[in-house]
Design a protein around this ligand. Sequence first.
Ligand SMILES: Cc1cc2nc3c(=O)[nH]c(=O)nc-3n(C[C@H](O)[C@H](O)[C@H](O)COP(=O)(O)OP(=O)(O)OC[C@H]3O[C@@H](n4cnc5c(N)ncnc54)[C@H](O)[C@@H]3O)c2cc1C
Length: 396
Amino acid sequence: MITEAEFSADVDAFFTDTLPGVLEDVRGSLDRARAWRGALFDAGLAGLDYPREFGGRGLGPSFKGVFQRAAAGRIPPEESVFGIGIGMVLPVIRDHGSDDLRAQMLPEGLAGRAIWCQLYSEPGSGSDLASLSTKAVLDGDEWVVTGQKVWTSGAHNADVAILLARTDPDAPKHRGITMFVLPMRQKDVTVRPLKQMTGADEFNEVFMDEARLPKDFVVGEVNNGWRMAVALLAHERVQTGVASVDRTNEKTKAGRAPIPVRFLTELARDRGRLNDPVVRQDLASLYAGERVIGFIRDRGGSHPSIGKLWRTRQGRAAAEFAARIAFPGSPAWIEDDEELDYYAYHVLNCRGMSLGGGTDEIQRNTIGEKALGLPREPAVDKDVPFNEIMKTRPGR
Ligand SMILES: Cc1cc2nc3c(=O)[nH]c(=O)nc-3n(C[C@H](O)[C@H](O)[C@H](O)COP(=O)(O)OP(=O)(O)OC[C@H]3O[C@@H](n4cnc5c(N)ncnc54)[C@H](O)[C@@H]3O)c2cc1C
């Protein structure tokens, strides 16, 4: 059995000796992402706490922390394309999928051969996700799916999706949903990009018009999808929260991490502002915020919404600081200045971070109910059959 010290040395050797050669001649973000993940998989570092028969390493949970420390700041930014698969979907398939599904999905996902997206939100169902109306009907050996999803990050790159669809409209809304795996590359799935104010189009509308998936591509059990959805959301809140920090040292316009405080300190120094007492006070407070995220992550066991909420708060505070120092008196920036472009991206992007994975208000509700044990929000339609809930939205 490998010791933590030996393992840490292996991780260090991978980043120092193996990875630079692998990435040397690879151009293009997706190709680099796949090359990096493939190398990580081949080195036995891609699925530390996954069973060996499904492509993992079968190590205990402490090794993840060892990896994070040895890999801090060295992960290529292109890894973010795998955030949904690696960070959210694969752990749910590992914990709740059938052996067949695990054998089909886990090695492909861990090795970066399959890119995932998440088909949860709909035009009429975001925070109230359980009101979703995309439907799936069994037809022989296949499920047939019809409906529309929206804000689907990375759907344009995705090979496969984790999908929530209604399978029993006669049951109350939380009890008639199933979680599926949907192959994305089929003619009845249409992906349309949505342009964001950052200039990127990283999320999409997805239309399913009698799209098909095999009968056994169900995660968990039919009509038990809400439990799976909540399990995945917990992983999502870790992924978009505490796990997003300390991954890369590059000034990248990808990923979800707040601007690191060391960059903000450099920025203030470059602008001759480091002796300004207000700037110093803000930097100290941002530094404390960054350390808190690290502590929440390293301690483990906190409710995932706490880290997610703290991360988005830190992301906004860091971006507001950058805006004040980098573009004083102006909301504009010079596009051909790479550094200013990086700060401008974060100023615009940090707002969306408060929404993706559940809004700040929803995190606060969840912390109130689940972590503090406060009374639940009133939910008048909780026990009413879905198809009897009064629908005021068009198309229902
Ligand atoms: C960058 C980004 C990436 C995303 N990626 C994905 C993705 O890959 N897949 C996916 O399925 N979805 C994705 N989403 C969608 C995201 O999950 C939803 O935007 C989010 O859940 C909120 O839903 P909504 O936009 O419909 O807002 P609504 O639910 O309509 O909320 C509107 C406002 O009302 C507030 N509100 C609603 N209900 C309550 C309540 N009970 N108590 C207090 N306040 C409340 C909200 O906090 C919000 O301020 C993404 C969103 C963003 C911004």
